[in-house]
Design a protein around this ligand. Structure first.
Ligand SMILES: [Zn+2]
Length: 98
């Protein structure tokens, strides 16, 4: 392996410690909940999930879990749902999603 390539791999390790360098613009994911599997997505700053809770509140435990996992890589708007519903009832930093 040449030294240039080693440098790039070292850089990758450093970058992986600095997730705030990354801004996620869109995601599609399937989420294995306790009872069922759901399709969720992020498009720009807008989250969607096909579970009943999201349909009702505009927010849900699946999206909130994704927001906790990906927080440093999300825009400020994408870190919250923009809906006071669930986020108002549960503080995203200390709540245990169950
Ligand atoms: Zn959901």
């Amino acid at each position: 392996m040449n030294s240039g390539l080693i440098g790039k791999i070292e850089k990758a390790h450093r970058y992986a410690q600095e997730p705030e360098r990354i801004r996620i613009n869109a995601i599609t994911a399937s989420f294995n909940g306790d009872n069922s599997s759901y399709n969720l997505s992020l498009e720009g700053d807008t989250w969607a999930c096909n579970c009943h809770t999201h349909e009702t509140f505009g927010d849900c435990q699946h999206v909130m879990a994704m927001q906790q996992l990906l927080r440093p890589m999300l825009s400020e708007d994408a870190q919250s749902s923009g809906q006071p519903g669930l986020a108002g009832a549960m503080d995203g930093t200390s709540a245990t999603p169950r």
